[in-house]
Ligand binder design. Structure first.
Ligand code: IVH
Length: 663
């Protein structure tokens, strides 16, 4: 074949494949079989392999999935991704409209009403018309870079018609039929089943191997233009029209400025919820005028111009076959009902939350009772009421624990509290394990690969006793663990190392100080700037801060004045965990971006001082030597770290050389 012929063939194959993608995904009317489609793709790939000079980044062949990643990078969003406030029922819907009228004045405003797709938020960034990045929502400010996986999604254009710089938000989902198929295959292979399509979509999108994601029939429906450099979009309607025109699968919206009509529409929609090829968990109502949206603004997390009308929770009848008591990280011993498995809202429910002793007593729930349970969207199922008419006569109220089910210590319920607590705060294994789990979780330092199972295993094997021990783990210890191979052990060590440099607020939230969540942690880190300053604060000083009440102030004070906690913090510091907010501007120097290990005794500085000098220049200090270390700074009596550096060829420097670098 002549080169020019190959080029022409490649281009016609691409067009043909795109045409069939459109038929299949947008119009739901395929003209060829899957097999025929695969053959076109194979032909294209073969030609592109023979003539790599014609390969382009928007070729449909790029959708088969590239090489596996070792981890997902983080992506900071262009602006924080808001969520939606929920409204249940007609009254709350009226209140939503009323709030808008109160703020803007009572006039008819045009709203869009769209299905609320039960998937996960995705942000797509196009540069000059090419898909450049795709990121998950993450914490709203920073998400994960899942570009390689999203590129495999056939209904997402790799290039749009106009060469736009545009950021789009949508929902990734797996069609209900494909979900059933995935689970059928998993059942045959005796693999764990996904509870619902949403979990399947999340699990697939977070696969490090794009080839696996490519096989899962992931799709994206878009519903918002976050930013469009070249366009002046005045309403949500214009946004959606632009997206439709660019061949995205776009949420199907209807528009109305008649509130009564909208309310009626919502009320009648419940019947239609099964008509879609994907799960929906409600409707989204949006005021569409962009200027008015801006005028209304947003609260901390949700816009005032939009609301999610959630369908009523689905209920089912089942039987309570037991009550389990679990110990949380603060020692709270909370009950869970163990149920006869029953299907609700498309997933099988085996447990329901019982909150506390009073909840059980008030509802008079007994083991053996038949009950009505309810599940709304992602919310954990709850027991709504007991069917007393079906109660067998000999059922007794359940016993409440007076000892911790894990460590056996006394369990007490304080007069002002609703929960029963294990009194063994410092050494109850359940509390420690939960604290460790929390420390590594998304709400804490977000250490990838360190989920509940791994944490519990490391604890049970005696490798970690407290959070600081994580930073002293060695590869050999990890390798001795079940299901821990060379690669995963290294990934875990890297993730732990990486977690040393989180924000102070993240560290504070991770410590699990009772009553201190992410919001309070932010306030504290802003006010004090470092753990050292915070540790010096009195209760009175803490109460002076906005949003820190008496109880929380006491809790913070008590926490930092507890010897055991202080020891752990010291151990974290020794390991090189960042303990202050980096407020000072970085002094650019040869140190910026470099990782140091300090060993031995220095003569001009203490180690802490040396560390501060390095950090002020945008460098990092780590506790252990690895290939990633840039310099080992050594003083008198340096020991094994210096030896290791020499062995693996990491540059070593004296104090004098260090002082030179500082300049
Ligand atoms: S609009 C500020 N529209 O629901 C605009 N969200 O519960 C916020 N979602 O995080 C989003 N379908 O992931 C919007 N048609 C739709 C949606 C939708 C599903 C998701 C989205 C959001 C969540 C909030």
């Amino acid at each position: 074949m002549l080169k020019s012929e190959a080029q022409a063939k490649i281009s016609s194959l691409r067009e043909l494949i795109s045409y069939h993608d459109q038929k299949y995904y947008l119009e739901d009317s395929p003209e060829i079989t899957d097999r025929e489609y695969d053959l076109l793709m194979q032909e294209l790939i073969a030609l592109e392999t023979e003539y790599p000079e014609f390969l382009t980044e928007d070729s449909p062949s790029q959708r088969v999935g590239g090489e596996p990643l070792s981890k997902f990078n983080q992506v900071k969003h262009y602006k924080p991704l808001l969520s939606l406030g929920n409204v249940f029922g007609e009254d709350e819907l009226r209140q939503f409209f009323q709030r808008i009228d109160n703020q803007l004045g009572s006039r008819p405003y045009e709203f869009s009403i769209e299905p609320k797709i039960d998937g996960l938020s995705i942000v797509l960034t196009y540069k000059d018309g090419y898909l450049k990045t795709a990121a998950t929502r993450g914490n709203g400010e920073v998400g994960e870079d899942v570009t390689e996986n999203v590129k495999t999604i056939r209904n997402v254009p790799l290039r749009i018609k106009e060469p736009l710089n545009i950021i789009i938000r949508g929902e990734a989902y797996i069609p209900k039929k494909s979900f059933e198929k995935i689970n059928r295959v998993r059942a045959e292979n005796q693999e764990d089943l996904f509870a619902n399509p949403r979990n399947a979509a999340a699990g697939s999108l977070r696969q490090l191997d794009p080839k696996i994601a490519a096989k899962r029939d992931l799709r994206i429906i878009v519903y918002e233009v976050i930013h469009a450099e070249e366009k002046d979009l005045k309403s949500h309607k214009e946004e959606l029209n632009l997206l439709i025109n660019e061949n995205f699968e776009t949420v199907s919206a209807v528009y109305s400025d008649d509130k009564e009509e909208i309310i009626e529409y919502c009320m009648n929609y419940y019947e239609k919820r099964h008509d879609f090829h994907y799960e929906i968990d409600g409707l989204v109502i949006k005021l569409i005028d962009k200027n008015l949206q801006e005028e209304l603004g947003a609260t901390a997390k949700t816009p005032r111009w939009a609301a999610a009308y959630k369908f009523p929770a689905e209920q089912a009848e089942t039987k309570v076959i037991g009550i389990e008591w679990n110990v949380g990280r603060s020692g709270a011993i909370t009950p869970t009902a163990v149920l006869e498995p029953v299907k609700v809202s498309g997933s099988v429910v085996r447990r329901a939350i019982l909150h506390n002793e009073d909840y059980i007593t008030e509802k008079d729930i007994r083991i053996g009772d038949r009950v009505i349970i309810e599940k709304a969207g992602e919310i954990i199922p709850a027991v709504v009421r007991v069917l007393f008419e079906k109660r067998e006569t000999d059922l007794l109220p359940p016993d409440f624990p007076d000892a911790c089910p894990v460590c056996g210590s006394d369990a007490v319920r304080l007069p002002e509290e609703a929960v029963i607590r294990c009194t063994n705060t410092l050494s109850c294994p359940a509390q420690i394990k939960r604290s460790l789990e929390h420390f590594a979780s998304k709400a804490g330092l977000d250490i990838k690969g360190l989920g509940r199972q791994v944490v519990f295993q490391l604890y049970d094997q005696g490798l970690i006793k407290d959070i600081a021990d994580l930073y002293y783990l060695e590869k050999d210890q990890l390798l001795s663990q079940e299901r821990m191979a060379e690669k995963s052990a290294q990934n875990l060590l890297d993730a732990i190392e990486d977690s040393k440099n989180r924000n102070l607020s993240q560290l504070l939230a991770a410590l699990g100080i009772p009553l201190v969540g992410q919001k309070a942690a932010k306030i504290l880190s802003k006010a004090f700037g470092s753990i050292d300053q915070l540790m010096k604060a009195s209760e009175e000083e803490l109460i002076l801060l906005d949003d820190i009440g008496e109880k929380m102030a006491r809790s913070i004070y008590t926490f930092f004045n507890e010897d055991h906690n202080r020891e752990i913090i010291e151990k974290l510091r020794q390991a090189g965990v960042t303990m202050k907010e980096d407020l000072s501007p970085i002094i650019e120097s040869d140190i910026t971006g470099k990782t140091f290990v300090i060993t031995g005794t220095l003569s001009s500085y203490t180690r802490t001082e040396a560390q501060a000098l390095i950090e002020a220049r945008g460098g990092k200090v780590s506790g252990s030597v690895s290939k990633k270390t840039d310099y080992v700074l050594y003083g008198d009596e340096a020991g094994s770290k210096l030896e290791k550096a020499q062995k693996i060829g990491v540059p070593i420097i004296t104090e004098t050389e260090f002082i030179d670098l500082l300049k």
